[in-house]
Design a protein around this ligand. Structure first.
Ligand code: PHE
Length: 444
């Protein structure tokens, strides 16, 4: 048997896992989810969920991955079998649905890179920017071309393999994105009127909170941290036995949360400064930021740089999603990495077509009252990921607890004291809270 590929270093793993977590979920989705859920209260609930349930499930996935050295489905087969591999199967299903619409949105970021250079963004009028965005995503051809370009890039990185593709890209891009966000925030918070946006995000108003807010926060936590579908199982499977994964899980959660909060601090002040509607939904980032750039010296340059980094952040996430699918077909179905990447990439591209068109000609074709795009988002982020997380917690807490404890012990066999807290979280608190929030969100 060929030896399983491994990450080149611990830092490489952390950055690749953080690269998976940090993406459109942080910069595109988080600001509009916070915006349409009342701001500060959403942020607080989100943070509480991330550092309890999110961190616990993150570590649980990494442990499953490292113990099994297998893909999302194979891991459950190897460690226990029975019905458990179904959890991984749901994850692989979620990977198809998420990537199909994720790649459409990532395509928009590439299109906006091009627009930045060709001068298509030079306005700070909300009406003009909003109309330009709506007009662009409603198109039949152009958004699909960008979706195709993005999927092709994703396939290319995944077929290049773990070390040379995924790890190398993440090492350069993550720090660059961080620095650029800080520069842009400097501009956004000094715009006249920005203070209202800061207050909106930092002063919680709990009167707006419903169970739906809480379930939105939970689904956002899973989506943003890449949890519940086996991405961290798959990445963890390429870890060598000697790495300290608890520290790695902590870093990934911290970095991801930092970027989401920074994105909120960038977008929401600008939203208020320019009089946009914080509840505008998925277009929020794309219509607000161009207004900020229009107010900056070298605005086009910064716009180009921003959308470039966002596209790259999306790419380090999309490769982790495709990797979940490809790892399964390579490990368990005997396909070569190359063939699996290309075929699965094509299928996902096709699945994304109706998502893209649902912003235009398929606007009125609804499923349970949702457009195809919203349906894919709902099924994956609001259902499949939290359900996956629930069973992943139960699996680690009740099925492989002994092995998980041992895996986290240090070389001299000492088990760290916090492991008992984690045990309570994965055995009881996380599964109960996820089940409760899911059900309350659905019936409210
Ligand atoms: N976490 C990624 C983001 O925030 C998206 C993602 C979801 C990646 C699920 C992997 C698994 O953009």
């Amino acid at each position: 048997m060929i030896q399983r590929e491994h990450w080149g270093s611990r830092l490489g793993f952390i950055l690749a896992a953080a690269g998976s977590a940090v993406g459109l979920g942080n910069i595109w989705k988080f600001p509009y989810m916070a915006g349409s859920n009342g701001g500060g209260a959403f942020l607080l609930i989100y943070l509480a969920l991330v550092f309890t349930i999110g961190l616990s499930v993150m570590l649980a996935e990494m442990v499953i991955g490292r113990l099994s050295e297998k893909n999302a489905i194979g891991a459950f087969k190897k460690l226990k079998g029975g019905a458990w591999p179904l959890v991984g199967l749901c994850g692989v299903g979620a990977a198809f649905t998420i990537l199909s619409f994720y790649s459409v949105v990532a395509g928009w970021t590439i299109a906006y890179m091009v627009k930045a250079v060709t001068g298509g963004l030079s306005s700070s009028d909300p009406a003009v920017l909003g109309a330009a965005f709506d007009g662009f995503i409603a198109g039949n051809i152009s958004p699909l071309v960008y979706h195709a370009i993005f999927m092709a890039l994703t396939v290319f990185v995944v077929l290049s393999g773990i070390g040379s593709g995924i790890e190398r890209a993440s090492k350069i891009l993550m720090p660059a994105l961080f620095v650029l966000l800080l520069i842009l925030i400097g501009r956004a918070v000094t715009l006249p009127g920005a203070g209202k946006g800061l207050a909106f995000l930092l002063q919680p108003d709990f009167s707006k909170v419903t169970w739906n807010t809480v379930s939105d926060a939970l689904s956002q936590a899973f989506f943003s941290l890449s949890l519940g579908m086996g991405a961290m199982i798959t990445y963890g499977s390429y870890l060598s036995k000697k790495e300290n994964i608890a520290g790695a899980a902590g870093w990934v959660v911290l970095l991801d949360t930092a970027v989401a909060v920074l994105a909120g601090l960038l977008i929401l002040p600008a939203v208020f400064a320019f009089g946009f509607d914080p509840g505008a939904g998925p277009g929020l980032t794309f219509i607000t930021l161009p207004a900020v750039f229009a107010q900056m010296p070298f605005g086009e340059f910064f716009a180009f740089l921003f959308f470039l980094l966002l596209a790259i952040a999306a790419l380090t996430s999309s490769v982790s999603i495709l990797e979940v699918v490809v790892a399964y077909f390579v490990d368990d179905r005997g396909l070569s990495r190359k063939v699996a990447s290309i075929i699965m990439g094509l299928i996902i591209f096709v699945l994304g077509i109706p998502s893209s068109l649902s912003n235009g000609i398929m606007k009125d074709t609804t499923f349970f009252g949702m457009t195809f795009f919203n349906l894919m988002d709902f099924v994956s982020a609001k259902l499949l990921l939290p359900i996956g997380g629930l069973f992943i917690s139960l699996f680690v807490g009740w099925v492989i607890w002994g092995a998980a404890r041992e895996d986290l012990a240090s070389h001299n066999g000492k088990v760290p004291a916090w492991i008992n807290i984690w045990g309570i979280l994965v055995k009881f608190i996380a599964p109960a809270a996820i089940a409760f929030i899911l059900i309350s969100g659905l019936i409210s």
